[in-house]
Design a protein around this ligand. Structure first.
Ligand code: HEC
Length: 395
């Protein structure tokens, strides 16, 4: 990983850039969805317009027109929206490379799988490639004309990948690679289908031919898929901050449930935009969300009254065995050059002050020690939990 401060800065810049271009991409996508939904018929002697709308923003008035087919003459400057998508994908891959693939021993390996660094990384990278190939192939079958069946197949295949990835990758890597797989489908949809289709349309127009309808339809279908992917992918990108999702015993099921809720909410917006009233999707999504929160985060057994609280000496032994290789001023763990998150578990006051955070990561979600590289046992986790539940006393 080289000098830590350089990699830290590169990481920060890549993440910032990824967020900015991602916001631009999703923003443009939401704006055009909104535009399409709000275009209304307007006075049009030429008969070429599908409609138009007026908007006011930032102290100015804007008028937008939508054409049924192509305009009579093509304007000199025609704006395309594609770099947002490409740059989001490229910066996303850069982040995957630096945060996961180059550091796979720490970040990707799932000790339960018995797979080594090479095989684990290959599966992570392969998921993006195979995911796209399978999806692209399915989009060229008659399945695309059967939305109901297509949805069932998509849920089964995506659910299967979430389950599969959770068996072979570390929990966080499984989440991110599942999101990156969908993000790859979205970006490559733009690159291989949507933009070439638009280019063919423009070329046909310039040559005075009819626009190729099949290409337009394929592009519209991929745009619709991208639309449904947006909310699940955005959840996955922030999921790394929420250990109770990816750290859950059934992390893959939490992932599938949240993705379905996200896509469902997107569906409601699509129906709403078309002027269709739907009364049950939003309440159902809300109920599903509450149910998921309760099922996944059910009340934990309270510590038995009168149970003996372990001594800090016992806890220090445990921290020395499982944590301070990394969480020390001078980590001894290979590849770790500074205490992760500045968390010095060699300092009793720091341990006590961060007891709740330690419980969340090492007792409840069990994502620390990283990848359980030190083989911390359930008994040791219970001991740590009992000490924290007992008020984390330092004597
Ligand atoms: C192999 C190295 C390694 C070991 C061993 C390890 N950690 Fe960590 N720990 C990390 C890394 C890396 C991070 C930062 C992860 C990230 O980027 O979010 C981290 C983050 C944390 C955090 C989150 C801090 C925050 O501000 O979000 C806590 C809490 C934590 N570790 C506790 C523990 C405990 C308790 C143990 C021992 C039971 C332990 N760790 C063992 C590498 C390790």
């Amino acid at each position: 990983m080289g000098d830590p401060w350089i990699t830290d800065w590169l990481h920060l810049l890549a993440r910032w850039f990824h967020l900015v271009v991602g916001a631009a991409w999703i923003g443009a996508s939401f704006y055009f969805n909104w535009l399409n939904n709000n275009i209304r018929p307007m006075q049009d002697p030429s008969g070429r317009l599908a409609g138009g709308l007026w908007a006011v923003h930032g102290g100015a008035f804007y008028e937008v027109r939508k054409y049924k087919g192509a305009p009579e003459t093509l304007p000199k400057t025609l704006h395309w929206f594609k770099w947002e998508a490409y740059l989001t994908w490229i910066s996303g891959l850069t982040l995957l490379l630096f945060v996961y693939w180059l550091d796979a021993g720490l970040t990707m390996v799932n000790p339960d799988s018995g797979l080594g660094v090479g095989a684990t990384t290959a599966i992570g990278v392969g998921a993006l490639v195979v995911g796209w190939l399978v999806y692209d192939l399915l989009c060229k079958t008659p399945l695309v004309d059967k939305p109901g069946l297509g949805f069932v197949v998509a849920v089964l295949l995506l659910g299967g990948s979430a389950f599969g990835l959770a068996q072979v990758l570390s929990p966080r890597a499984a989440y991110i690679h599942f999101g990156a797989m969908m993000g790859t489908m979205m970006a490559l949809n733009v690159f291989f289908v949507i933009i070439p289709g638009q280019r063919a349309m423009v070329d046909a127009m310039v040559n005075g031919q009819d626009p190729p309808l099949a290409k337009g339809r394929a592009g519209a279908l991929r745009s619709l898929h991208n639309n449904y992917f947006t909310l699940p992918v955005l959840f996955i990108m922030v999921s790394n901050h929420f250990a109770f999702t990816y750290g859950h015993e059934w992390a893959w099921a939490v992932l599938v449930a949240l993705s379905l809720i996200g896509a469902g909410v997107r569906h409601w917006f699509n129906l709403h935009g078309k002027g269709e009233k739907n009364a049950w999707i939003l309440p159902a999504a809300a109920v599903a969300m509450v149910a998921l929160a309760f099922v996944s985060h059910g009340p934990k057994a309270a510590p038995k009254p009168g149970a003996q609280v372990p001594s800090f000496a016992q806890i220090q032994v445990l921290l020395g065995k499982h944590c301070t290789q990394c969480h020390a001023a001078k980590p001894t763990f290979q590849g770790i050059t500074a205490p992760p998150k500045g968390l010095l578990l060699t300092d009793p006051k720091v341990v006590q002050g961060n007891a709740a955070l330690i419980k969340a990561q090492a007792v409840d979600a069990q994502i620390m020690p990283l990848g359980n590289l030190t083989g911390m046992t359930p008994e040791e986790r219970a001991l740590l939990g009992a000490w924290i539940d007992g008020g984390a006393p330092l004597e």
